[in-house]
Design a protein. Structure first.
Length: 300
């Protein structure tokens, strides 16, 4: 009889343990949400700073919406407030997993945007350090292009100087591809009296110096080579070697190395870099079943 009573008590005890475990998980998820709110606030403060410095436009500011996640937390709390025998563990688990996935996705988005804004702010500061005249009143004339025919010498000099600025802008911002339309709204180029025409003229100068190329006939995307593909091959090899990556490395792994400047290199360049490493006997290039390339470094 005593054993029968103990057996009846067990399901209740198990449910209680499960509920307590779920409540603990909910507390941890809420901590993650609080951390995400803090990240979001830091990002918004950076956006305000960048907008004040006219590095980005206010209409380009993205505000991450956390309200739907908070609503899902309410649902979880409703489930856990039910009587022990009425708690649907499967539904709870589905909601909890969905919240966790969304929190992770939002964090990646916010951190990515925050990092980009930080880069833009830092890049502009570096640009001013390198070219103080960009903010000097006495050099305001530099934002107007000299007449090509009448002042040919001044025009050529103007193009060469601004080509250096554009090159360093790409380097400081860690941009491999520049979208001309977006550049129209970025300082210092937003100060031009005729933005799009001037930027295209400057881009053409970079191309003539073999430091850039157009990626489309429309001339709306410019690939800037502020580091050679040979240089990138050395950097990627050293990264793989220093991190002990002896297994084949796929492109997505390079993309996930967000702190590295090579993580945003165009796919075509990465494939070319793999071939350079193979040619230099630094790595073996592998073709995967899906047609994508990977590489395996050769230890020296």
């Amino acid at each position: 009889m005593v054993n029968m009573e103990r057996q009846r008590e067990r399901p209740s005890e198990v449910l209680k343990e499960v509920k307590e475990k779920a409540e603990g998980e909910l507390v941890e998820l809420k901590k993650e949400l609080a951390r995400l709110r803090q990240l979001k606030q830091e990002k918004e403060e950076l956006e305000k700073e960048a907008a004040q410095k006219e590095i980005i436009k206010l209409e380009d500011v993205k505000i991450a919406d956390l309200s739907h996640i908070e609503q899902q937390f309410d649902k979880l709390e409703d489930i856990l407030s039910s009587e022990l025998d009425k708690i649907d563990q499967k539904v709870y688990k589905q909601h909890a997993e969905q919240i966790e996935a969304e929190l992770q996705e939002l964090e990646e988005e916010i951190v990515g945007e925050k990092g980009l804004i930080e880069k833009k702010i830092t890049a502009y500061e570096k640009l001013i350090d390198a070219y103080p005249w960009l903010e000097e009143d006495r050099k305001k004339f530099m934002y107007t292009m000299p007449n090509k025919k009448r002042d040919k010498s001044d025009y050529v000099s103007w193009k060469v100087i601004w080509a250096k600025v554009l090159f360093d802008y790409a380097r400081f911002t860690v941009l491999h591809i520049i979208y001309i339309r977006e550049l129209n709204y970025q300082k210092p180029f937003s100060k031009f009296t005729n933005r799009e025409q001037y930027i295209i003229e400057i881009a053409e100068e970079l191309i003539s110096q073999k430091q850039a190329e157009w990626l489309s006939k429309k001339k709306d995307r410019l690939r800037v080579y502020w580091k050679t593909l040979e240089g990138w091959s050395e950097e990627i090899y050293n990264w793989a070697y220093e991190n002990g990556k002896i297994e084949p490395i796929m492109i997505y792994e390079l993309r996930e190395a967000k702190q590295e400047d090579f993580s945003s290199l165009p796919l075509e360049d990465l494939e070319e870099i793999f071939k350079i490493m193979a040619k230099n006997r630094k790595a073996e290039v592998l073709k995967l079943e899906n047609g994508q390339l990977a590489f395996k470094i050769k230890l020296e």
